[in-house]
Design a protein around this ligand. Structure first.
Ligand code: CA
Ligand code: CA
Length: 328
């Protein structure tokens, strides 16, 4: 929570409000926003990642091959500074000791891994079904598990990265190791190798990703949640309209919207005509609502997202995206 929110809660004596979620958060019930996440180019041959059955499924046909082969999702933006992120997984077709690794990777991986019995050299002497971390200090903290679903979590504090997994009663740390302080992309992936893969069909899925805390930057700008047409989910925009379109920039852990310079806000390339502070999502925190001339926005046919950006008073920029549905 940022300083102004902490101060607000302390001053009012109320519990912390439910903050607007990070735009990176997703349950993968449908493809997450295209400006924020992209499917990785699969490595090797065989594995496929797709949004299906209300989740991100990654399948390995028995013929999968490569020195490394895998698939998954990568963020287009980066975590900056300290962060705390978690991903939920489920193992769907998971023969024992199959050689596939399921991982959340941000500068280092926390994994739900299946060591193989296909070869003698896949961590011999260790249990086969495990959690572990694989940071710059190598594979560490191997712990046996029978979990076929669970949560993986990575926490960066300064130059220390900690991997954790969820237990029935909370979170169990696996290992803390070194990490760079650079801005880092997020990967949700599953992968294996020719020398360990069981050569049977294997399938798993990610069912959520969440930024528990941390700042996300996109091209140097702070990522913020934005809401085109507050109150509407479909966000229809009649491109021939002579009217204006309201767009809210929500106050969140990432940014206090009252620190935005309203004269600099653009929506789909058009400068906002007017702006006011108003709480549009009922969390008790003022959001910045701008109105932009609909006809001034750049909305070529096929547009599915609009970009909202601008300057922060005192320095820096913000950016956010929301889905829109164009109407003739
Ligand atoms: Ca909306
Ligand atoms: Ca609000």
């Amino acid at each position: 929570m940022n300083r102004f929110l902490t101060a607000l809660c302390a001053a009012t004596g109320i519990a912390s409000p439910a903050l607007a979620a990070s735009p990176l958060d997703s349950t993968f019930a449908s493809a997450p926003p295209a400006p924020l996440w992209a499917l990785q180019v699969p490595s090797g041959s065989g594995p496929v990642a797709q949004f299906t059955n209300d989740r991100l499924e990654i399948s390995f046909p028995d013929s999968s091959s490569g020195s490394v082969f895998g698939a998954g999702l990568v963020s287009s933006c980066q975590l900056s500074g300290d962060f705390d992120v978690a991903a939920e997984y489920v193992l769907l077709d998971w023969p024992g000791a199959n050689g596939v690794r399921t991982g959340l990777y941000v500068g280092g991986a926390v994994e739900r891994t299946s060591f193989s019995t296909w070869t003698w050299n896949d961590f011999p002497g260790e249990p086969r079904e495990v959690y572990l971390t694989n940071f710059s200090d190598g594979v560490q903290g191997i712990v046996e598990t029978a979990d076929l679903a669970g949560k993986l979590r990575l926490v960066r504090a300064g130059t220390a990265l900690t991997g954790l997994y969820q237990t029935a009663t909370g979170w169990a740390p696996i290992h803390t190791g070194p990490v760079v302080t650079d801005d880092l992309a997020i990967y949700l992936s599953a992968w294996s190798h020719d020398n360990v893969f069981i050569r049977q069909p294997v399938r798993m899925a990610f069912t959520s990703f969440q930024v528990l805390s941390g700042r996300v930057v996109c091209g140097g700008a702070v990522l913020v949640p934005v809401d085109v047409k507050p109150g509407s989910v479909a966000n229809p925009i009649k491109v021939t309209s002579n009217g204006t379109t309201p767009v809210a920039i929500l106050t969140s852990d990432a940014l206090d919207a009252s620190t935005i310079d309203p004269t600099t806000v653009t929506v789909a390339g058009a400068l906002a005509a007017q702006a006011a502070l108003e709480d549009v999502n009922g969390d008790g925190l003022l959001d910045l609502v701008v109105h932009v001339e609909t006809g001034a926005m750049s909305l070529p046919p096929g547009t599915t997202y609009v970009e909202v950006d601008g300057a922060i008073v005192g320095g820096g920029r913000f950016v956010g995206w929301d889905r829109v549905t164009l109407l003739p």
